[in-house]
Design a protein around this ligand. Structure first.
Ligand code: GLN
Length: 279
């Protein structure tokens, strides 16, 4: 999978620009944007946010994070609040930088546009660093890695590995690296069904509308745990790296990298990941 690159984790980090301000705001999830519709992904501060540009990121002491909150354990709803690894890392980054955090939920496919237009200050959604995305937005240093896996119905012999994609119907979440991966198989005969949510792809699998779903490993485990009769194939795909995306040229990249560096050194990133992913 050539389009997916492995970002370098260590060595190239910017020097820390992060200063922890006393009394910085806590985070809140924006319940007004708790829908899957990117149109409603603005918040109670929408009027000021509408004028936002890459240069005015965080102008109101608030950073808006664009995400798709159906991606457990990275971002998902618990008691109407968006929780998960990304939500907690974002909160820790904002605390370090002295901003309060508002999370705007939208389709995965809308996140990059929201960040480009300044409607959101950054995007964090288990988002893999890819060369193609780097044409549109900047990525911070990476904070964790992932693998694409194949989910199938238990006992089904239709898809035993990606070798069988050419004769199968594969479900993916639109615009994801899973989508990019299976798109390569379309010319070999694979039928690709693209869904707005990973959960919809998995639902289609349980209803025999697709033969397999390609998605990131940790959400895959969560889906398999929630849906009886599904299993993850052994075959591992390319390793991927997750990072936060920001508008091209935004000074937020350096600030966030500074905060991430501190959080890594303090063991906070590992602590958050271990809280949601049991070894
Ligand atoms: N890691 C995948 C990507 O970046 C999927 C992310 C997601 O569905 N939230 O495309």
């Amino acid at each position: 999978m050539k389009k997916i690159i492995s970002a370098v984790l260590a060595g190239a980090m910017m020097c820390s620009a992060a200063v922890a301000f006393a009394g910085c705001g806590g985070s809140k999830n924006d319940s007004s944007s708790k829908t899957d519709d990117s149109k409603s992904a603005t918040s109670d501060s929408a009027s000021t946010n509408d004028e936002a540009t890459a240069d005015s990121a965080g102008a109101n002491g608030t950073l808006h994070m664009a995400t798709n909150a159906f991606f457990e354990p990275y971002e998902y709803y618990e008691n109407q609040k968006i929780v998960g690894i990304d939500a907690e890392i974002a909160e820790a980054v904002c605390d370090k930088l002295g901003y309060s955090l508002v999370i705007d939920d939208m389709d995965f496919d809308s996140i990059i546009t929201a960040v480009q237009s300044g409607k959101a200050d950054f995007g964090m959604a288990g988002m893999t660093v890819t060369e193609e995305r780097m044409q549109a937005i900047d990525f911070t240093d990476t904070y964790t890695n992932a693998i694409q896996v194949i989910i199938v119905k238990e006992g089904s012999d239709k898809v035993k590995s990606s070798e069988d994609f050419a004769t199968s119907t594969i479900g993916v979440q639109m615009g994801t690296t899973g989508d990019i991966y299976v798109t390569d198989f379309e010319e070999k005969g694979a039928v690709v069904e693209r869904f707005n949510k990973g959960a919809d792809a998995v639902l289609a699998l349980t209803q025999d509308k697709v033969d397999a779903v390609v998605i990131d490993n940790e959400p895959a485990k969560a889906f398999v745990a929630q849906n009886e009769g599904l299993t993850i194939l052994e075959e591992p795909f390319e390793n991927e790296e997750y990072a936060i995306c920001v508008a091209k040229g935004s000074e937020l990249t350096e600030k966030i990298n500074g905060a991430l560096k501190q959080l890594k050194e303090e063991g906070k990133i590992d602590e958050i990941i271990k809280k949601y992913i049991k070894a």
